[in-house]
Structure formats: C-alpha cells, structure tokens
Design a protein around this ligand. Sequence first.
Ligand SMILES: [Zn+2]
Length: 622
Amino acid sequence: MRGGAALALVLAAASASAAASQAPSSRRVEVSRDLTVVQADGAISVEARPLDGETPIEFAARISANEETAREILALPGGPSRERAVVVPYAALADEMKRAAVVALFPSDVRATAGWLHIAVGDESLASVAGWFTGRPELAGALAAENGLEGNSVAKGTTVRVPAEFLLRPFRDAEALDESEPPQLVFGEDAGGRYAMYRLRKKEALYSAVVVRFTGRVHAPDVIELAGAIAKRSGIEDVHAIPVGYPVKIPLDVLAEEFLPADDPRSKARALERAETAQFSIPARARGLKGVRIVLDPGHGGRDTGTIHGGLWESAYVYDVAVRLRKVLSEKTQAEVVMTTKDSRLGWNVSERDVLAPRRTQVLLTDPPYELEDPVLGVNLRWYLANSLLKRPGPERKRIPPERTVFVSLHADSLHPSLRGAMIYVPGERFLRDRYGKRGGAFAPYREWREQPVVSFSRKERIASEGASTSLAGKLVGAMRRRDLTVHPFSPVRTHVIRSGREWVPAVLRYNLIPNRVLVEIANLANEEDRALVATRRFRQEVAAALAEGLVEFFGGELAPSAPPPAVAAAATALDAQEVYGPADFVGPWPRAASAKPSSGKKPAAKKPVTKPKPKRPAPRG
Ligand SMILES: [Zn+2]
C-alpha cells in the first residue's frame, strides 16, 4: 500500500471544495464542522481541520498514516488551521480516520464475526471496495469469488463480505456484532402519532423483549411505567397474556436511537457522532500495559454502601472485584495500578470468602483521606482524585501521557429484576459540559479540589473520550463474553443513563479528565441469578480476569490466561512504584497500619511471591 508516489495532498478552503461534490457519482458527508468525508468516482478522501484545542502538529500526527504524510501536511503552504481544511486521500489516512470515513459514508456496514459486511450505497467497483477495506485493490477477484459476484461492479444495496483475514487493522479490530437475527420493526403513524410496530415472538415478554430492548429503559419503575403506556397504546389489556404475533406499538419518541428509521433526525445525528468519535477509537499501543496507569475505582464504600439486595452490599462486592483485578494486573502485566479506595482493615488483600461481610471500613484515598460518609461528596471527590492522578508522575518520575491512563469504576446494578448481566457506561460526548466545578465548602480541605477546582473540556477531548472509551468498553465486553460471563443482551455499552425521563452520564465519568474511562456494572443485584453468582469468589475472579484481558487488548496486546506470571522482581517493582507514587502517598497512617499487618497470620506464608516486603518509606506529606 506504500506505493511511494507523492500523495495528492491539497490545501482547500472549506468552501472551495464544493467543486468535488459536482463530480458525477460523488457524495459528501459532513461529519462535523471539522471533518467532511467525500466519495467521488470510487475514491475516498477527507477534508479535515484541527479540532478546537488541537495544535497543527497534533492534528497532522492524528490523521496521517505515517510521519511522512504528517510532514507533508505541515509543509503545505499556510499549514492546517481552524480556518483551512486539508484534503487527504484515503490511503494516506491513519487507521482511525479510515474507520471514521467508512462509518460516515457507509453507516449500515457491520463488523460480523465472518468479516466486514459492506453494503454498497451506490454503484461501486469491487476494486474500490477491496482498496477501502483491505488496502489491496487487486483482491477484487478474491472478493468476487467469495461473494459469488461477476465482473467488477457492485450494484447499489449489494452486500459484500470482506473476510476477516483480508481486513485492514481498523476493520479487523472492530468489535464483531453477534449475528442473531435483527428485530423487525415496522414504522407507521396513527391518531396517537408515529410509532414502531413489533410483533411479539414465542416466549417474549413485553418488559424485556420490547421495553428494555427498544427503549433503553432498564430501571424497574421506568420499565413498568413505559410497559403500561405501550400496552395501553397497543390495546393490550393484560400484559401477562399477550398472544404471539400481537402488534405492539412503541411511540417513536421513546424508541432508542439505534432503532429509529434512517431518515429520523435523531438517528442521523447519532450516526454522525459515531463517525466523529471513531476517529479516536484506537488507542496508544502498550504491550503488556507497560507505561500504562490504571486507576481502579471501587464505586462505593464506607457509609456509602451502594445498592443492597438480599443482604449483599454493592460496596463490599465491587471492592472485592477491584482488589482481584489489581492483583491480576500486578502479576500479569506491567501496568501501574492505582486504587481510589482502601479498606483500612483488609487493605488490598483478596478475601477467601464467597459471601462477604458488610463493612464500612473503606476510605477514599484523597489527601486527606475521606471516610466516605456522604455518597455525593464521595462521588465528586472521586473525579477530583482522578483528575489529580492524571498529573502525577509515574514510576521513576516519568510522565504518563493521558492516552495511557485508564479509569475503571466498578459497580453492580439495581435494575428491573428481569435483566441480567454486565453493562458498561462511557462518557457520551453530548452529555458532557464545557466547564464544571464545585464551590469550596466541604471540598476545600482536599488537595485534589485545590489543585483544580474547575474542569473544562475542549470539544476534541469530549469526542476523543467517547471514542476511546467506547472502544475500551467493546474490548471489556468481548473479553467477558469469551469467558461466558453474562452481558446485558441489548446494547451493553451505553453513552448515558436513561432514568425517570432524564438522560445523563454518571458524574464519576462526566467530570473526569482521564480520556479512557468506563463505569462497569458487573451484574444486576436485583436479579436473583446474578446475585447468586456475585456471591461466589469464582465469578468475581472471572470478572476480574476478563477485565484485565480487555484492558491488555485495548492497548494492542494479548493476555494469555494461562501464561506464567512474569518474573517476581518485575511485579514487585511495579507494586513498589504504586506504593510510592499512587495516592497511597497521601493517606497518612491508613495504609501503613493496614499493610503492615500480615492479615492476622491466617496464611502461614506459602511459597507465594510476597509483594510488599520492603520497609515503607515515609510519606512525603502529612
Ligand atoms: Zn453503584
């Protein structure tokens, strides 16, 4: 693909490029103010400008396939700027940009397990299709054979399957959708307004098959209320006795975006948002998580118990998953793991019990530590802590770039009891504010607040974090599925919470500046089967192992589940580094008291790599 010929880079004023759109068979998709994708006569190019908050150098590096192209872009007369777009041909684009261009031009394309399914939007040539997805137009013949097509032309609406082994990285790496039959919705309008009609199949219930699946509602009161409204609108008298095939009418205004008809403005807006965030879907490469900092946030603790069902406290169980994940990462990767909370009695030791006793002894590791008395203050201090960590140096005082920093908040859900499985929230760009901050008051004593009381996000940061976090969430979900852990059956990765008629991003993600950030709901504690699983060590260990695998994969690596742990020395170094530079620095007597105790002598030192043999150095502050 590196033909060596000079790339046809052109600087174009945004308005002058209209000429391109007059060519026959050309399409322009304006993804945002800063990105337009053009397809003309089989060739794809993008017109791009630096985003608000992005320097020309960052911009050139981001969109270019290689340094040579980046240099050419910067050398263009006048250079790229907020006022001048650069036109870059497809082959010269970075992987992320190729993916963004394809998502914009071909929104119906899917990554299936069998490869990439491309649906022609006009009359296309097989050589172009091969070029776009494999980088090798000469594979046209192979694609023709694969798809039973004759000649080089592909008629509009034809599906071309590009086998996975031929795909360019951005398409090969895209998370495959499972290929269960897509639901059939029929759109119509009656006196009550526009609706989507769905016919119930055997064994399907209104709550799960319709409300949860098509409207995105998951909280019990919302599900029940909306099921009532939909039943009424559809003329259903008894929601427990709906005949198979009965037409259920879902009002269009409650339909989740992904099911809206393609011409609906909401669905168009969402498609463009996806194309825009796809530019940032591929993160930095870091084999074995070297140079990566992972901030693990057990989402509750102290007086903030989280949800309680059947005697299980969310705080106790998510803490347990966090310490297990910390252990896996410390033993199998080179990541620097930083915990946001610590149990003042148990420390970060992994418990040997299935059922965990309720305890209120976790503290948030701010400076000074916070005993998590008030959940709201706690949640806000969590993101202040995350933002502060983003600026602290890593092991050996090295700077850790934001792209190599990850924030994982662990929770367990309390949803409609019919629902099972894990779900992951990412920060939806539309739901982030430009500027946010808390007034002093209760926050004033904390160093993290004083360092940066107000946060603000550039548009680039908002888009980039949705793209990168969505990609991370996809890897985590994929790893969970591979380990046969139950994942929410419909849209397990979500950009926002819908509850009581409002939509938002959880606060711990909303004001958090760490670009790769997710909130993982490990299971639904309101569901009996999920609850029984959560109350086993085995399940919690599997979740931790899956999350570790997903994290490694996100940075381009692979974590062999049965691989022997790396040399003890390496693991110990990583751990020492955490102890020195992590928030543990700032917790005064807490961690020392906890970690100095050899867990009441229960384990008579089996031949196990002891990870904290060193005398603690004095905390630098306090
Ligand atoms: Zn929670």
